[in-house]
Design a protein around this ligand. Structure first.
Ligand SMILES: NC(=O)c1ccc[n+]([C@@H]2O[C@H](COP(=O)([O-])OP(=O)(O)OC[C@H]3O[C@@H](n4cnc5c(N)ncnc54)[C@H](OP(=O)(O)O)[C@@H]3O)[C@@H](O)[C@H]2O)c1
Length: 288
């Protein structure tokens, strides 16, 4: 029986990976900051990557360590940890590339943290004769808990309408959480993936407005997409922010709706057979 140590097992991608590890009869130690319900083959451990000195009861050796939590915290923990593992699979994000030159300082900081986290994981693995693989998803959906499409779905379900600026035609590749979980498991036995970082886009490339239109069409009843001239949309966003009804949609994020964020799935397909699904969301996948 293979053994895994998992960080982020309670998260949207982590839940799918946990189910796959259980189905393949791995013995799993899963760290969480909260008490979690018991699952067959899974031992939950108290574990906060922000307070690694308090982490206890970790196994001394496992076949693989999976990180689906914050990459910077994991990288720092791994650099100091005594757990031995020949394979380390950690999730980063395509934000590393998308946000490195952002006009928003917080976004540039995030990109720098992701880059540093990846470098630390690779360096630590190298010094321990372990092989690390970094996985960078694009925009994630599927578990009804993501911050983009599920949020749009929740807002639209309440009002029956969702507003976008005209010209939101930047290309996107939404990726389903379970395709990411499958990828994390597939790389374990893929030697070509040792020491590599992969973009993991979804199986379809479509315009931002089309992605939102399909999201709204999946609702019961479907919601309507309203496209406003960009200056009018900008004014509406400023009013919504000022009144406290809108958070998390910065100017950089609005500008990116016109920008193509496209990544090549070819290397992941070649090295571990990555074949993500097309974008066909259901109300359940969007938390509705
Ligand atoms: N969602 C996206 O659109 C997206 C896009 C690109 C990349 N990613 C990356 O993919 C990975 C998984 O993302 P996700 O969306 O599935 O995550 P999520 O649903 O937001 O869940 C976060 C997970 O991280 C764990 N976690 C957070 N802080 C922690 C800490 N201090 N110590 C230990 N565990 C901690 C949480 O565990 P507990 O709450 O149980 O402690 C939870 O299981 C992350 O590395 C994320 O950056 C996500």
């Amino acid at each position: 029986m293979r053994r895994a140590l998992l960080f982020g097992g309670s998260g949207q991608i982590g839940r799918s990976l946990l189910a796959r590890l259980q189905a393949e009869r791995w013995q799993v130690w899963a760290a969480s900051r909260q008490a979690r319900e018991a699952l067959p083959g899974v031992t939950w451990l108290p574990g906060d990557l922000g307070a690694p000195e308090a982490m206890a009861y970790l196994p001394a050796a496992v076949d693989a360590i999976f990180s689906l939590g914050p990459l910077d915290g994991f990288a720092q923990w791994y650099a100091r940890a005594g757990v031995t593992a020949p394979r380390v699979i950690a999730f980063g994000s395509t934000s590393l590339q998308v946000k490195q030159d952002s006009a928003d300082g917080h976004e540039r900081e995030l990109a720098a943290r992701l880059r540093q986290g990846e470098a630390t994981v690779f360096a630590t693995a190298g010094s321990r004769d372990a092989a690390a693989t970094l996985l960078r998803p694009t925009l994630v959906y599927g578990a009804g808990r993501d911050q983009t499409l599920s949020r749009i779905a929740a807002l639209a379900a309440r009002s029956g309408v969702f507003v976008l600026p005209r010209g939101a035609t930047g290309l996107r590749q939404p990726v389903h959480v379970d395709d990411l979980a499958a990828a994390a498991l597939a790389v374990v036995d893929a030697p070509a993936s040792h020491g590599q970082a992969y973009a993991l886009p979804g199986g379809e490339t479509l315009a931002y407005r089309e992605m939102v239109a399909r999201t709204l069409a999946a609702l019961r009843p479907p919601a309507r997409l309203l496209e406003l001239p960009a200056p009018l949309f900008g004014a509406a966003v400023r009013v919504a922010r000022w009144s406290g009804r809108l958070q998390g949609l910065g100017d950089a994020a609005v500008a990116r709706m016109r920008q193509d964020l496209v990544f090549d799935a070819g290397p992941a397909w070649r090295d571990f057979g990555y074949a993500p699904r097309a974008f066909a969301p259901s109300a359940e996948m969007l938390g509705q």
